[in-house]
Ligand binder design. Structure first.
Ligand code: FES
Length: 313
């Protein structure tokens, strides 16, 4: 079971009113839904009566009603509040309940703590969020293990996501280092297609991709910067272990202008109808196999001890 951190599991927009949504965290099935106050609630996705997934049910009067025999459960504590055909005068035994997990919504993402009581601070809203002209959210499941997904994030981010019109390179600006509990490194980037290098030989690249991998959370932040250190775009990507060696991820991307500041006219034209970012949910095993080992080699030395401490707590 994944404990010791607030896990960002879905964007807020993925959990509409009235409709429960299933998500698997580690091996744990969880159902998310909104109660009568539109607050997100998280319960074990298994009815205590006959083990049917509660996510097959529906939200009625702010409680989650099981699809099979209609028992209803309160989101805040998992208590069964109603059993059809049982007279109100008989009440519902307090032992009829399902595990409930604390939740928190922040900056368009839903966080869950997989234990009855959180023992860590709430995720902070983004400080000094630049006026975002573009904000995108997404989530999915990658068919590679958590450890391999993390290594690909570090060594080949172009296999995880692309910003149309921007090409990441493997020209690193120094070694990865530990800064404020994060493993941080930078590489150069240029205007161009992710898959088609610029035709002219480029020696002066106008962009930087900074990678910040947190030791405290399963989270990595990619910042696209100008060489003057101005932030043009920021991808916050959370990833957690999924079942059967998969990885669940959820992300938010903000961009300071619709067309990245400084983007050449040709690139603007070529990317006119493209989304600001594409986070891939299919990954080519051949590309991953060919990926050279890069900054992931520093993971064990730089932040693995801190990450291990967090998982033990
Ligand atoms: S299985 Fe859920 S109420 Fe019976």
């Amino acid at each position: 079971m994944i404990t010791g951190q607030w896990l960002a599991v879905l964007p807020s927009i993925a959990v509409p009113a009235q409709t429960p949504v299933a998500v698997v965290i580690g091996e744990l099935p969880v159902v998310l839904f909104r109660d009568a106050d539109a607050a997100v609630r998280a319960l074990l996705d298994r009815c205590p009566h006959r083990r049917v997934p509660l996510s097959l049910g529906k939200v009625v009067n702010g409680a989650l009603r099981c699809a099979y025999h209609g028992w209803s459960f309160a989101g805040e504590n998992g208590r069964c509040t109603d059993i059809p055909n049982v007279g109100k005068e008989n009440g519902v035994p307090a032992s009829f309940c399902v595990d409930a997990y604390p939740t928190h919504e922040c900056d368009g993402l839903i966080y869950v703590w997989i234990a009855p009581t959180p023992s860590g601070p709430l995720p902070l809203p983004r400080a000094a969020d630049p006026a975002a002209a573009v904000t995108q959210f997404g989530h999915g499941n990658a068919a590679i293990s958590y450890e391999h997904y993390r290594a690909v994030l570090l060594d080949g981010p172009e296999l995880i996501f692309d910003i149309p019109g921007v090409r990441f390179t493997d020209f690193y600006l120094g070694d990865a280092e530990l800064r404020h509990g994060k493993m941080v490194f930078e590489c150069e980037a240029e205007w161009g297609s992710a898959h088609r290098p610029a035709k002219v030989k480029v020696t002066d690249r106008p962009l930087i991709l900074r990678t910040e991998l947190s030791a405290e959370h399963d989270q990595v932040i990619f910042r696209l910067l100008s060489t003057a250190n101005a932030e043009l775009g920021c991808l916050e990507l959370h990833f957690t272990r999924g079942p059967r060696s998969t990885t669940h991820y959820c992300w938010r991307y903000t961009q300071t202008s619709r067309h990245l500041t400084g983007r050449p006219w040709r690139q603007k034209w070529l990317t006119l109808n493209s989304p600001a970012i594409r986070v891939h949910n299919r990954h080519d095993g051949g590309d991953i196999a060919k990926l050279l080992v890069g900054p992931s080699a520093n993971y064990n030395d730089l932040i693995a001890p801190a990450a291990a401490t967090r998982q033990e707590n």
